[in-house]
Design a protein around this ligand. Structure first.
Ligand code: AHG
Ligand code: MN
Ligand code: MN
Length: 330
């Protein structure tokens, strides 16, 4: 076991990371710590979901016309409350809010922008299946002050940090600042995230594919052939699909494999969201040695034109994603 494992808390780890950047002020450290704080609150709420009148719909819908679950609203509020008062951010954008989220007038503005999917896998909340939170951090380009929508339309390559939290049999936070990927498990007895998965790397090739095969008839023949060929191998790939992107991604990061949510006739631009889902996980997977594509280009090279843009998202082990691209480019 790595000597750091089981002893380094997230705070200690972030502090050690900060020392690699002599110009660092500690501001960024505070942002990550606050995201971890929101994650603990969400984790606690998720764990008591069955008994605390927090299951079910919230009688509201989000910008995408999807019914919001009470936990969607709770998680969104906690992320905003954890970050809006620091004096370090100039704005936020969430999957759950139509426009960008301004920093209240009473707080000073800083140079960072945070984007998030507060609760990923909403359809799995009521059935006690893993769900998650996804986040990304950028620096504001140009003049300081309050953020405007165009500040959020940066290429994914400009992320300075990204990560996710998975609320599963244990709660884990996995993040990168562009110097590798590290995973922390929440020790509920002391309420601390503890380094459990240092220097995470995704296997170069996996044996798992994750896609909603109910959409098979809506895919192009090239995508159908790719999947059929995975099944026809002497050692066929295993199908694993949870329906929570974070959970499917996390499993494939550890075991190797490919996750696909391509465009289909119902979702011609794909279903998943570029800013809140695809960019952060693409940034993270590249740091772990994997790849993410929309079929024609690396996800991180896309320049968004709106904050709620959707994208075909294929992510995972490098050689598997290379194969997929070959099929769809032929
Ligand atoms: P969200 O709950 O944040 O809206 O995201 C749901 C996403 C993602 O978690 C998952 O991969 C995908 O939707 C599942 O979609 P299908 O039910 O169409 O397979
Ligand atoms: Mn999501
Ligand atoms: Mn969501």
């Amino acid at each position: 076991m790595n000597i750091r494992t089981g002893f380094s808390t997230l705070s200690r780890f972030i502090l050690a990371e900060q020392r690699h950047y002599p110009e660092a002020t500690g501001d960024f450290t505070l942002i990550l710590e606050q995201i971890a704080f929101a994650a603990k609150l969400i984790s606690w709420e998720v764990n008591k979901a069955g008994i605390a009148n927090i299951l079910g719909a919230a009688n509201s819908s989000n910008i995408h016309g999807e019914t919001q679950q009470k936990l969607d609203v709770f998680a969104n509020t906690k992320m905003i409350q954890a970050l809006d008062h620091l004096g370090l951010l100039c704005g936020m954008a969430s999957e759950e809010d139509e426009g960008i989220i301004p920093i209240p007038d009473k707080y000073p503005k800083g140079k960072y922008l945070v984007v998030f999917d507060p609760l990923d896998g909403s359809s799995n909340i009521d059935v006690n299946v893993n769900i998650g939170t996804i986040f990304g951090v950028y620096k504001k380009l140009g003049v300081a002050g309050e953020a405007c929508t165009t500040d959020f339309l940066q290429q994914g390559r400009r992320l300075i940090a990204a990560g996710y939290v998975v609320y599963g049999s244990s709660t884990m936070l996995v993040y990168t600042t562009g110097r590798g990927v590290n995973g922390f498990t929440l020790d509920p007895s002391v309420g601390e995230f503890v380094l459990s998965h240092p220097d995470m790397m995704i296997p170069e090739r996996g044996k798992i594919y994750s896609a909603n095969e109910g959409n098979f008839e809506r895919w192009t023949p090239a995508i159908q052939k790719y999947i059929l060929d995975l099944r026809k191998r002497d050692n066929p790939y295993s199908a694993r699909y949870i329906g929570s992107l974070v959970a499917d991604f996390h499993r494939n990061l550890l075991k190797g494999g490919i996750f696909l949510y391509p465009a289909d006739t119902k979702n011609p631009k794909g279903k998943l969201r570029l800013l809140y889902e695809a960019f952060p996980l693409a940034f993270l997977v590249e740091q772990a040695g994997g790849r993410a594509t929309d079929g024609t280009q690396d996800i991180l090279d896309i320049v968004p034109d709106s904050i709620h843009q959707r994208v075909p998202f294929i992510v995972g082990s490098k050689l598997d994603v290379d194969d997929y691209e070959r099929y769809v480019k032929e």
